[in-house]
Design a protein around this ligand. Structure first.
Ligand SMILES: Nc1ncnc2c1ncn2[C@@H]1O[C@H](COP(=O)(O)OP(=O)(O)OP(=O)(O)O)[C@@H](O)[C@H]1O
Ligand SMILES: [Mg+2]
Length: 1107
């Protein structure tokens, strides 16, 4: 979907003023306040016309998202709030559409955000320019060159954790469509002194720390390095770690970037080897050694490090060792070799390290250029991005700071020139009169430094090339002579008496008043650094290295190409390259980004007004605004101006038909803006004072509010009318529907009322007829009733008459009967008195007896012999009859009961009866036996195979077979025996074997004795002299004593016809062999439970204790 075009302006929702040209009043304070206000609201960008002022936020802001890129894409510069993207877009579009080469000049002091700004510009351009696989690769390579160069060329300084220690200018090349083709990078003077020494709180270049932290163990071993920073003299330790920087991760990023840029693996390896060699060079130490000729010679303390460096670089160890000990000076055909003392050896070592590193850096830039250079030969459009080290003022400022500040001086100059030029050009273009503006032109400072005859750089070169002893002091002296009168040069020793007593100016220093402030330079080292000498022995040693990269870095070491001419000094080289750069920049359309550092603490949200004020001053921002205003504070093309303010005038609102300029004229006339407040250019209107613009803005705001009210009014009117019409339409519809409904309802009502009335009338008529019919009917019924009553009356009258007649007849008959009875009674009275009394008595008696028997029949009790019930006697005179009848009835029901018995039952009852006769009320054991059935053979001898022999030995019927305890005659203890009673014999057998122990014919049994108590002891007395009685009488105990005794009695009686004597006594005599022993039953204690115990007390007494 096409993005909705919202016409806006940077004037909308402005915080402070977005373009400082509009500041009113304009002075340093308002400028700073405006920057602060905007900074506090996260508006870090502010314009001065087309220049972007950027205040470093020191924290990431959400203003660089892809959405933001889209917002700023193809928008006019002033359309949205100030942003670096707006400038990038403007530059890119004029490059693409107007074919103008562009350059983006980013200036500001160290840490102000130049490098970040340059990256933002590049990423914006990359995001908006063409797409496609090839184009994307070019973009990616261009972007990825940054991390590589930053790793090797940036370092942590006290001002900036990622300070660029080299100047960089990058030309990005585009084709006619605006697609990137490639690029060229130029680098300016790397601060190589950092390789061997870093000021306090600063670090060496990032790459050393990244390599040691991020390389794998394997790589470190290969490079003969150790991970420990403290092992290397060239690495400062006090700030080896930078907060928020992950060196190891950055190492991976750098390697990845190198790969994307197009470095081959072996190239990366070589680069790292050189880095390792530089690190290790720092660890070579020297000691003095006296020689015969009295001169001191330096010797390497520990050759191990040297050996490793040589292995790494493929240099012959002896060659390198010699190069550290001797210096060969060649002049024409002569060759003089001198020994180096320790200090010279260290100097040589450091010079080698610095040269190795700085040449490696240049090689890297060239190598990147090789990768990113445009492949086609077509004409290219160029956008140059300049990110050069910022203006620096340190405590100790040396040659490097001098060079850096010179470069910044040049940039400031070009800025002044170009801004003024552009402004002037615009006025000419627009045909507006130009008014002169006062501003500080730093050309004079540039001249002090670069003048070919008496400039400081020229003087330094002169000193360096001069024969004789040359020192930094001689150089300073020279300066003191030549520059003494220069306004911007200050030195204690100069001829100018102004500084003779200036104690802030040490003797070994000179001071320059730069555009950005005064800087005190220590003269020490200027000559050396400018000479940038590397002993030829060392460059030759390097050239001899087996390492291809190192060899290529020192072409002057090739003996075949010995050049006795001195190489150009560092100063002159730099001057030349800056001059080229300036020339290059002047051919391009400049775009400025001026970076401001809000505080010295690298901290977010802190705005140090003093610091900013200083920068505002030396950046000449105020002059910049003044120049920009040059009489006219604001300018705008006619079209957008008319579009923005057309609502302020009736003729131009809402549409202006004619040309925009005419429209603006009409508009300004109508608004009665004083004529001196504006001028009409060719394509733009120029407004003199910001207050006029703000008045216009206020009017616009007011008018917009009025318009909004008007729109609101019309809209509300329209809305209400539409609503009303809708309501009316709805009302008509509803009314129509309602009427129809009401009519229908009324019709229904009338219809139903008619029906009701109709039905009432019909009902009334019907009822009337009914009433008539009923009357008629009642009349008929009344006639019938009257007739009936009449008939009734007649009938009753007849009945009465008949009844009267019948009564009379009955009375006659009764009277007749009475009379007849009287006659009969008189006849039979005599006969009745003689018999009637006796007969009535008998009859009555008979009746009573009959009644008694009939009643008794119904009252007879149950047939159970044990039922004791008998009805009470009804008449006293029947008392004996009643008792007799009870007896007869009992006998009869007993008989009836007995008749039910089988023979077997009879036998059992006979036995039970026998037992009752024998023991009832005599032995305490008896009652418990009544309920027990008499079973006789308890032991089933027939069935138990154990007793087969016993069974075979007995032929007769077994009456009792039961286990009894036989009491031992001697000690009263008991043994189990089978007690068998047959028809004729009494047998005792062993319980286990079934063997017969004794056999007594029943005829020999004379008596059975037992106690009266509740025990089962009994004695069987035998006939004296019989065979069985030889051992004496038996004494047993059994649970079935009653049954056994009864059965023994009955069997003896039936077999011998003699009644067996049964003695029940608690003391009786038994015959044991020859002794008569008394068996005595005593009431025993409960010790043995409920079992009676038997004990032979002595010869005469056997005691049975019954519980
Ligand atoms: N636009 C920005 N948004 C967020 N942080 C920024 C921005 N610009 C700069 N910074 C922060 O400030 C630090 C310093 O910025 P930068 O390295 O660009 O400074 P410089 O001007 O290039 O300094 P030098 O001259 O020392 O190279 C950055 O590392 C970054 O943390
Ligand atoms: Mg930088």
């Amino acid at each position: 979907m096409a993005k909705m075009e919202v016409k806006t302006s940077l004037l909308d929702n402005m915080i402070g003023v977005g373009d400082m040209v509009l500041l009113e009043p304009l002075n340093e304070e308002t400028v700073i306040n405006n920057l602060k206000k905007r900074f506090d609201h996260n508006e870090i960008y502010t314009y001065i016309g087309s220049v972007v002022i950027s205040v470093n936020p020191y924290r990431s802001l959400p203003i660089y998202s892809p959405e933001k890129v889209e917002d700023y894409r193809n928008r006019n510069f002033y359309e949205l709030s100030p942003h670096i993207f707006a400038l990038s877009d403007e530059a890119y579009r004029s490059l693409r559409d107007q074919d103008k080469d562009q350059c983006i000049l980013i200036t500001g002091e160290s840490g102000a955000g130049k490098t970040e700004a340059s990256k933002l510009v590049m990423s914006y351009v990359a995001a908006v320019c063409g797409k496609g696989a090839e184009v994307n690769q070019v973009k990616e390579q261009l972007l990825q060159s940054n991390p590589v160069l930053e790793a090797f060329g940036n370092a942590k300084t006290v001002r900036n954790d990622n300070s660029s220690r080299f100047g960089k200018y990058m030309d990005i090349e585009f084709d006619f469509k605006g697609d990137p083709l490639g690029g060229v990078i130029s680098n300016y003077l790397l601060e190589k002194s950092r390789v061997v020494k870093q000021p306090r709180g600063e670090r060496n270049f990032h790459v050393f720390y990244q390599l040691l932290s991020g390389a794998s163990e394997e790589l470190l071993n290969k490079l003969k390095l150790e991970r420990d920073f403290s092992r290397y003299n060239y690495l400062s330790l006090d700030s080896a770690k930078v907060n928020g920087v992950d060196d190891a991760a950055n190492f991976r990023t750098v390697r990845n970037a190198m790969q994307i840029v197009g470095f081959m693996d072996h190239e990366v390896e070589s680069v790292l080897e050189v880095v390792a060699a530089v690190l290790k060079l720092g660890n070579i130490e020297f000691k003095p050694e006296s020689r015969v000729n009295g001169l001191d010679e330096s010797k390497i303390k520990d050759k191990n490090e040297l050996k490793e460096i040589c292995e790494l670089t493929g240099i012959d160890q002896s060659v390198l060792e010699r190069a550290f000990s001797f210096r060969t000076v060649e002049a024409k055909q002569e060759k003089v070799s001198t020994t180096l003392n320790v200090a010279q050896a260290y100097y040589a070592r450091d010079a080698l390290a610095k040269n190795l590193y700085s040449r490696l850096f240049s090689w890297l830039v060239n190598r990147i250029n090789e990768s990113i250079k445009a492949q086609t030969k077509v004409r290219k459009k160029v956008m140059g991005v300049l990110d050069i080290y910022g203006f620096e003022i340190f405590e100790d400022n040396s040659f490097e700071q001098f060079i850096i500040n010179y470069c910044n001086e040049k940039l400031q100059q070009i800025f002044i020139e170009l801004t003024l030029k552009e402004e002037q050009e615009e006025y000419i273009r627009e045909d507006i009169e130009w008014t002169h503006i006062e501003y500080f032109n730093n050309a004079i400072i540039c001249d002090l430094i670069e003048n070919n005859t008496n400039g400081i750089l020229a003087m330094l070169d002169e000193e360096c090339l001069r024969p004789g002893t040359v020192t930094d002091e001689t150089f300073l002296e020279k300066l003191n002579q030549v520059c003494a009168t220069h306004q911007h040069f200050e030195s204690r020793m100069s001829k100018c008496s102004r500084f003779l007593n200036d104690t802030s100016l040490p003797h070994s220093c000179f001071r320059i008043q730069h555009y950005a402030g005064k800087v005190l330079y220590q003269v020490e080292g200027f000559v050396d650094k400018n000479n940038d000498l590397l002993y030829r022995d060392l460059s030759q040693a390097m050239w001899k290295a087996g390492h291809a990269l190192i060899k290529s870095l020192f072409p002057e070491g090739n003996p075949a190409k010995i050049n006795l001419k001195r190489p150009p000094t560092a100063g002159s080289q730099f001057k030349a390259s800056v001059a080229t750069l300036m020339k290059n920049l002047q051919t391009k359309n400049p775009n400025y980004i001026r970076c401001i550092k809000p505080n010295d603490k690298k901290a977010a949200r802190i705005f140090n007004e003093g610091l900013v004020c200083h920068q505002v001053r030396y950046l000449g921002l105020l002059e910049n605004v003044r120049v920009r205003r040059a009489g006219y504070a604001f300018r705008q093309a006619y079209e957008p101006c008319l579009e923005r303010y057309k609502m302020l005038c009736k003729q131009t609102w809402p549409h202006w038909k004619g040309p925009a300029r005419a429209g603006v004229e009409v508009l300004f006339n109508e608004l009665e803006i004083p004529v001196e407040e504006y001028s009409f250019g060719r394509s733009k209107i120029f407004i003199r004072n910001p207050r006029t613009l703000f008045k216009l803005e206020d009017l616009r705001k007011q008018r917009l509010e009025d318009l909004a009210t008007l729109i609101q009014k019309i809209y509300r009117g329209w809305k209400c009318r539409t609503h009303f019409l809708l309501m009316r339409k709805s009302q008509i519809v509803i009314a129509a529907w309602y009427r129809r409904y009401a009519q229908q309802k009324r019709y229904q009502q009338i219809k139903s009322s008619t029906l009701v009335i109709q039905s009432y009338i019909r009902g009334w008529k019907a009822r009337k007829i009914l009433r008539e019919l009923k009357h008629q009917k009642r009349c008929e019924e009344a006639a019938t009733t009257i007739a009936a009553y009449w008939h009734g009356t007649q009938a009753r009258r007849e009945l009465k008459r008949l009844k009267e007649e019948a009564r009379r007849k009955h009375a006659v008959a009764v009277i007749w009967a009475y009379w007849l009875g009287l006659k009969v009674r008189r006849e039979y009275r005599k006969f009745f008195r003689a018999n009637a009394g006796k007969k009535i008595y008998e009859f009555t008696l008979q009746r009573i007896v009959q009644k008694y028997f009939l009643e008794m029949k119904n009252k007879v009790p149950s047939l159970s012999p044990i039922d004791k019930n008998w009805p009470s006697r009804p008449y006293l005179f029947l008392d004996s009859t009643h008792k007799e009848l009870k007896r007869i009835f009992h006998l009869w029901r007993c008989k009836k009961y007995r008749d039910q018995f089988t023979d077997q039952q009879k036998l059992i009852y006979e036995e039970k009866l026998e037992a009752s006769e024998l023991f009832k009320d005599k032995k305490a054991l008896y009652p418990s036996s009544v309920g027990q059935p008499f079973q006789g053979p308890y032991l089933e001898i027939n069935k138990n195979p154990k007793y087969k022999k016993l069974k075979d030995a007995i032929e007769e019927k077994i009456i009792i077979a039961e286990v009894v305890n036989k009491i031992n005659r001697a000690n009263g203890k008991s043994t189990s025996r089978i007690f068998l009673l047959t028809n004729n014999n009494l047998l005792l057998a062993d319980q286990k074997s079934g063997q017969i122990k004794s056999e007594v014919p029943l005829v020999d049994v004379t008596k059975v004795s037992m106690s009266s108590q509740n025990d089962g002891f009994f004695a069987v007395h035998l006939k004296e002299g019989s065979e069985a009685a030889s051992k004496g009488d038996f004494l047993f105990s059994s649970d079935h004593l009653i049954e056994m005794a009864t059965k023994l009695y009955r069997t003896t009686l039936s077999q011998t016809r003699q009644k067996l004597n049964i003695e029940i006594s608690d003391e009786f005599l038994v015959q044991f062999r020859q002794d008569k022993v008394c068996v005595k039953f005593i009431q025993g204690n409960q010790k043995n439970g409920s079992v009676p115990t038997c004990k032979r007390k002595n010869n005469r007494l056997l005691e049975v204790a019954v519980p």
